[in-house]
Design a protein around this ligand. Sequence first.
Ligand code: GDD
Ligand code: MN
Length: 379
Amino acid sequence: MPDVELATDTSGGASLQRRGAELTVVVPTLNERANIDLLVARLHKSLLGINWEVVFVDDDSKDGTIAAVRDIASHDYQVRGIRRIARRGLAGACLEGVLSSSAPIVAVMDGDLQHDETCLAAMFETMRGGGADLVVASRYGDDGDANSGLSRLRSGGSRLATHLARLLLKVPLSDPMSGFFMVRRDIVDAVAPRLSRQGFKILLDIVASSPTPLRIREIPYVFGPRLHGQSKLDSLIVLEYLGLLVAKASGDLISTRFLAFGLVGSAGVVVHLSVLHVLLPHGLPFTVAQTAAMFTAMAFNYTLNNTFTYRDQRRHGWRFVTGFAMFAALCSFGVVAGVGVSTLLYTSPSRWWAAGLAAAAVGSAWNYITNSAITWRVR
Ligand code: GDD
Ligand code: MN
């Protein structure tokens, strides 16, 4: 048993180092420079006797977080850092950290000291004993408490999200939004290609995507207040969370991205009609008004999709402009495809709506698939 050996190991760190970590702690960071030192010191204290490492996954923070990590790493082999360029997303950062690990067990925890690191040792004991595939530190257990670290609104919203997740996905978690858990690495490895990289919901995603039910244990903890820096959770992240619920409840048939694309498209229709409504009474020829309406709607859709639907691949500066040209070109083909299909289906005037619906469906599917693949280059 390697763990017994570890406990009685008198040769200290050197032999631990040769053996490779049995636990990787993954810490996503975005502007957490002020918290890094203290967190590493606390991990050393709490994980005594365990062969652990920590990997900080930083989304190119402006405050020099990764430099702080590298400073410590230069004299502490248990500390590593991954610097991600031009990417955002808490779930994706966590996933990347987990995939960089070779340890059999991985933990995910926040880098702002809101998660109580003294829970880690007990979580690890449960995992190592084989008693669970996943241990979640939960804010809503008997003794857990979210209120000290969250505003009233956040706390209420978090509870609502929890109820929705349990209702829609039947996940047996009292705190599915928790960002503090420990899991067998092979479980994440297996579902990794299917996980969403956006937002704050990696735990829920792992549980909902796992082909077989996981053996889950929960331990309560108190979610502490933030000492330095500020929270990155915004309303967009809440929307993404709802999107994930729909995606998982539909068996991944409707992706979050497609849902967002569809919502933007529907808003685009409203913009289109509004422009027509404003321009037509001014005596403009219909073709002119219609062309103006189409371009306005297209620019509107493009900008919104760039901001929300594909925020992880957002195009800036000159690429924003070239992206619009691509988007407009692809959508024009969408119109042609839609008109083609609806002409084929338009067999009697009383069924105009069926042909119209088919055109809308074909056009949107075309626009979504081609723009995902070409304009924003997502899988
Ligand atoms: N790499 C990376 N990229 N890290 C990020 C990003 C990102 O886009 N966004 C946030 N983080 C890091 C933060 O630096 C921090 O270490 C951790 O992720 C959590 O972010 P916070 O902004 O502090 O989140 P919170 O305290 O509001 O939210 C907590 O509660 C949520 C549930 O209400 C976290 O524990 C979440 O995981 C949890 O879902
Ligand atoms: Mn936080």
